[in-house]
Ligand binder design. Structure first.
Ligand code: ADP
Length: 608
């Protein structure tokens, strides 16, 4: 089925993506091909690339995620969330100052802490990665910078393995921001420093930084290091083994890491535009301190996918394979269907039951298109207007794409509550004017394929449409429209209803009560709990599923996280008490999950 899928890699990389996709029978894009199913790039896509996406095309980045992937933006956003929701949950990132703006604040904090036991700071350029430009200092006089930097409180008591500092690279896949759907890969990486940790040698980066890009140049990189071994990486499985061998209960640790991921994503989720054809693979860097508290150091936009050692090969190949599975490519995405679509809409249809919702919409559109062509004389034309105040190029592009995907106008008129022939002077009976909102693209959204798949079946791409700017809708069908309407075959979709009461009879002839429909809708949206080694961590229960269905209810999600944390804390207490009483027959994990092995990182996911 995947034989005709085509991938496109920007600047020929990363190699592991190519290898995995070729192994699965994908073909690599070449310039002549001009079309593709997956476009993968390390850097951000342009706005136009999102706007011109076709239904079968996917991108490996969501737009506007910089709010967590740039060090200064992340610090700012976490500070904002801490102010809004309190520091009891948002206590997982080291205190940070963005310089030069926060210089005075930093100075006063510096003066405060230097009166106590010694404090250390780490200075990082805001938009560099791989350890470039980072230094650690104790004395303010050592702070010299020539570009925007963030100063973070240095976590000076990291958990060490045989004296070596390490951090965790957790791979997170945001399958969708609307509704927020997050998976964490069970197999991450543990990245070690290559010299023993020592606070009296702050300038020794091989002892204080855990970046592979730095440590692979260390004189000790290849030597056998006590317990750590050669190189500077472990797989997460090896780390879990280590934790178990030390009799360390890992459950609470993973719970906290899950929470960090969710809470961090919540800072941007409401502002990321809906783009169902995108997926995001993020690398969360987590440092664990000597008290087993995990700290978020940063979020990587394009986590490194180079294969430097065996741990890399094991982890990253599996990761990419699982990511492709998570993207759930179907017949819809195949090039054959596209060719079919281009060649006049009259090739045999793919059986609807084998097609994903996307392909069903494509087929419907082709039917509509055919009908529309046949009835050109009777159907009104669609004309898109832009709000005169804030017209810009982006809206033009947006409207242009929209126009290509609009359903026949009589259906819009019939089921959209406020659609109208506006600007009467500019219209005749056969013209329907859609006025697109003057706001940004996000504001324009009302209905899209992702948030209301069964309400916008005619949307063959990922964009959203707002027609509420249009007023004075004349609800009555014209004779011509009625004619066309009655001659149309029964279409198995749920109508264009922006207004629930107007849901059409053409939907299987069954009118369901609103409650039942909502329940069905909810069921439909439950994403799989596990795909390969990706475990769904959000939504993690029925309440968070509901809170994320339409507009993300951040407050509700935070409330659920509070509840979950409290629940785990009380179970931990219970466990301790039990252990004290009878040396613990049942372990802590089984209190939550029963006697079987708890799935790593999925402890907070309850079936629903
Ligand atoms: P980069 O994007 O350059 O990799 P990071 O923020 O990930 O920047 O920092 C690089 C390394 O420095 C981390 O992997 C970690 O080992 C160390 N580090 C960063 N911030 C801190 C901190 N606040 N406390 C302790 N160590 C830190």
């Amino acid at each position: 089925m995947e034989a005709s899928l085509v991938f496109r890699l920007h600047e020929r990389g990363p190699e592991v993506v190519r290898e995995v996709l070729l192994e699965r029978g994908w073909e690599e894009y070449d310039e002549e091909e001009e079309d593709w199913n997956l476009y993968w790039r390390g850097s951000a896509f342009r706005n136009s690339e999102y706007l011109n996406l076709m239904p079968w095309q996917r991108l490996n980045h969501h737009p506007k995620t910089v709010g967590i992937t740039r060090k200064d933006c992340l610090a700012r956003n976490l500070r904002r969330m801490r102010t809004t929701f309190g520091s009891s949950l948002y206590d997982f990132s080291p205190t940070a100052f963005i310089l030069p703006n926060d210089y005075t604040r930093f100075l006063s904090e510096y003066n405060k802490v230097t009166r106590g036991p010694s404090a250390y700071w780490i200075c990082k350029p805001v938009d560099l990665s791989r350890g470039r430009g980072i230094f650690i200092f104790e004395d303010m006089r050592e702070l010299v910078y020539d570009c925007p930097v963030i100063i973070q409180c240095y976590i000076s008591n990291p958990l060490l393995i045989s004296g070596y500092k390490f951090d965790l690279r957790i791979y997170v896949c945001v399958k969708s921001f609307h509704p927020l759907t997050v998976y964490i890969h069970q197999e991450g990486l543990v990245r070690f420093a290559t010299e023993k940790y020592n606070l009296s040698s702050l300038h020794n980066l091989y002892a204080h930084l855990t970046n592979t890009s730095i440590n692979k140049f260390s004189p000790f990189y290849k030597s056998e290091k006590e317990r750590v071994g050669r190189g500077c990486k472990w797989t997460m499985s090896k780390f879990r083994h280590f934790l178990q061998s030390q009799d360390i209960n890992e459950l609470l640790l993973w719970q906290r890491i899950n929470n960090i991921v969710t809470l961090t994503l919540l800072t941007i989720a409401p502002t990321v535009p809906s783009c169902p054809n995108c997926v995001e693979l993020l690398g969360f860097d987590i440092l664990i301190d000597a008290e087993f508290k995990p700290w978020l150091l940063e979020v990587n936009y394009s986590p490194a996918l180079t294969l430097d050692c065996q741990a890399d090969i094991t982890v990253k190949r599996g990761l990419i394979g699982d990511l492709i599975d998570l993207m759930n490519y179907t017949l819809t995405d195949s090039l054959r269907e596209r060719a079919f679509q281009r060649q006049g809409y009259n090739k045999p249809c793919i059986h609807a039951q084998h097609a994903s919702p996307v392909s069903i919409t494509v087929l419907k559109e082709t039917k509509y298109q055919k009908r529309r062509n046949q009835s050109l004389q009777t159907l009104p034309k669609i004309k898109t207007h832009h709000h005169p105040e804030k017209i810009n190029q982006r809206q033009h592009a947006f409207a242009a794409v929209y126009q290509r995907h609009l359903p026949p106008v009589h259906l819009i008129k019939k089921y959209a509550s406020k659609v109208v022939a506006a600007n009467k002077s500019d219209t005749d009976d056969r013209t329907l004017n859609l006025i697109l909102g003057p706001q940004s693209r996000t504001d324009v959204s009302v209905v899209n394929r992702q948030t209301w798949p069964d309400r916008a079946p005619w949307l063959t791409d990922n964009r959203s449409l707002r027609v509420s700017e249009v007023t004075n809708y004349d609800d009555t069908e014209t004779e011509a429209e009625a004619d066309v309407s009655s001659s149309l075959p029964e279409i198995p979709h749920r109508g264009l209803g922006f207004r629930r009461e107007k849901l059409p009879d053409i939907y299987s002839g069954i009118r369901r009560v609103r409650k039942e429909r909502t329940a069905a809708l909810n069921r439909q949206h439950v994403p799989p709990l596990r795909v390969g080694d990706f475990i769904r961590t959000f939504p993690f229960n029925a309440a968070t599923l509901k809170a994320s269905q339409h507009t993300l209810d951040v407050k509700k999600v935070i409330h659920e996280l509070h509840k979950l944390t409290a629940q785990l804390a009380s179970r931990k207490k219970l466990k301790r008490r039990e252990e004290e009483e009878r040396d613990g027959e049942e372990d802590f994990d089984s209190l939550l999950w029963g006697p079987k092995d708890p799935p790593l990182l999925s402890h907070c996911v309850k079936p629903f």
